[in-house]
Design a protein around this ligand. Structure first.
Ligand code: ADP
Length: 244
C-alpha cells in the first residue's frame, strides 16, 4: 500500500512537472512568433522609416534565431537520448576551443565584454562535438543572464592536467539554495524565484547540458553558497594523451 502511494506521489509530481513544461514550452514558442507577427504587421500597415525597418528586420531575425535554436536543441537532444545522433567528435586544443566557443556564446547574448573574464592554466587535447558544446555554453550564459539582478559578472577558469580538463563557470547571480542544487539538472525542473517571477524557461537547459557532458564522458556539478551568493558550475572532461 505504502509503495502504491509512493508511486502515485511520484506520478503526480511528474505530471505537474510535465504540465508546467508544456505551458513553458508553449510560451517559448509563442512569444517569438507573436513578436515576429507584430513587427510584420507594423511593416505592412504603417509607413516606417528605413532606419526603423532595419531595426524591425533585425528583431525578426533574432526571434527566428531564438525559435531555431530551441527547435534544434530539442531535436539534437532527442537524437542523443535515443542514440540516433551521429557523433562528430574531433580532437582539439582545450585552450583554443574553449576560448573560441565561450567568447562566441557570450557575443550571441550581447553580454558586455567586461562582463566575462576568462583564464586558462595549461593546455591539453580534448575530443569534443563542437555543435553540442556550443549548447552547453549558450545555456550556462543564458542562465547567468536570466538569474541575475545586479550587473552581471561571469568568470571562467579552465585548468588542464594530464588526466582532465576542469572548467569552473562562476556568476554573481541570485544563487541557488543548497537543498535545490541537486535537482537543477533534472528534466523540466525549475525554481520559482520571488525576485524575478517572470523569467522564461523550460527546465530543459541544464538537463541538456548534463546529457551533453555525459556524452563526452565528463560530469558537471553545481555549487552555490545560497541565495544572493552566485553559482559556480564545475565541468570535468577527460584529457587525451599528454599535455600539448
Ligand atoms: P530554465 O532556465 O529553463 O528554468 P534550466 O534547466 O536551465 O531551466 O535551469 C533549471 C533551474 O536552475 C532554473 O529554473 C533556475 O532556477 C536554476 N538555475 C540555473 N542556472 C542558474 C544560475 N546560473 N543561477 C541561479 N539559478 C540557476
Amino acid at each position: 500500500m505504502v509503495l502504491i502511494f509512493r508511486h502515485l506521489n511520484v506520478q503526480i509530481k511528474l505530471t505537474s512537472l510535465y504540465d508546467n513544461f508544456i505551458a513553458n514550452i508553449t510560451h517559448e514558442l509563442k512569444s517569438p512568433l507573436s513578436s515576429i507577427q507584430l513587427y510584420l504587421e507594423t511593416l505592412m500597415i504603417r509607413d516606417v522609416t528605413v532606419e526603423k525597418q532595419k531595426e524591425f528586420l533585425k528583431q525578426i531575425f533574432n526571434d527566428t534565431k531564438r525559435l531555431q535554436n530551441l527547435i534544434n536543441s530539442i531535436l539534437e537532444i532527442s537524437a542523443l537520448e535515443n542514440k540516433k545522433r551521429k557523433d562528430i567528435f574531433s580532437e582539439k586544443s582545450a585552450k583554443e576551443f574553449f576560448i573560441k566557443i565561450i567568447k562566441n556564446s557570450a557575443a550571441n547574448f550581447k553580454s558586455k565584454d567586461e562582463a566575462l573574464s576568462l583564464s586558462i592554466i595549461g593546455d591539453c587535447k580534448i575530443k569534443v562535438d563542437e555543435q553540442l558544446f556550443k549548447m552547453v555554453f549558450d545555456n550556462l550564459i543564458d542562465n547567468s543572464i536570466k538569474y541575475s539582478i545586479n550587473e552581471l559578472k561571469i568568470s571562467v577558469l579552465i585548468s588542464c592536467n594530464e588526466k582532465n580538463v576542469e572548467i569552473y563557470f562562476k556568476d554573481n547571480g541570485i544563487g541557488i539554495e543548497l537543498n535545490k542544487q541537486k535537482n537543477i539538472f533534472k528534466k523540466f525542473y525549475r525554481i520559482y524565484a520571488n525576485d524575478i517571477p517572470n523569467v522564461r524557461g523550460t527546465g530543459l537547459g541544464l538537463y541538456w547540458v548534463r546529457e551533453i557532458i555525459k556524452n563526452h564522458r565528463g560530469n558537471i556539478s553545481v555549487f552555490s553558497e545560497g541565495i544572493g551568493r552566485g553559482a559556480t558550475f564545475k565541468i570535468v572532461l577527460p584529457a587525451y594523451r599528454n599535455n600539448i
